[in-house]
Design a protein around this ligand. Sequence first.
Ligand code: F6R
Ligand code: ZN
Length: 184
Amino acid sequence: VIYQPPYMNWASGALRGAPLICKTTHLGDLPSVFANDIAWRQSDPRQPVYRVEMFESPSGEGYLYTGVTHLHPGLIGDEYFMTRGHFHARREQGEIYFGLCGEGLLLLQDEQGKARLEQVSTGSVHIIPGFTAHRLINTGSGVLSALAVWPSLAGHDYAALAQGFALRVVEQGGQVQAKEVQNG
Ligand code: F6R
Ligand code: ZN
């Protein structure tokens, strides 16, 4: 007997063949995430920014979660649409991201506040070590989709980055620009 596994469309990141858990994050769910608070307030709070689809999975020691993030293109002021970003609650737990479609950046930041960026594109592989916060940024004109695999026990700690990351990625004269945040 051959079991038919669930599958993913590698071009689009669409998941099929098993129950999914889906969550959409809208602009209204992201207060104080973007630098330009006035521009954020003037935006439509119902506008979707990203959707995460993951296979339903047991959790516990040894179990992994598999999910795809679809991040829309857009700007708040001059800052590109991005995910909220987080450390794992279990700080030592890592994660792997795979670029599927679209163009963007993965912003990584260690516990000392040192940030770096990796280019995300079709086929890119991003090994996120433990103790490293991560955020996806869409610098392209289409949807940025990335596959992620992470330990079910990792959890999310959003509060630790409530003051923001040390780098902001903005569009300046049609160019992608990374800016260091002074008070970050
Ligand atoms: C899981 C993970 C991703 C993100 C997703 C949404 O550990 O890193 O599945 O959860 O890209 O981003 P956040 O959770 O920062 O809103
Ligand atoms: Zn994560």
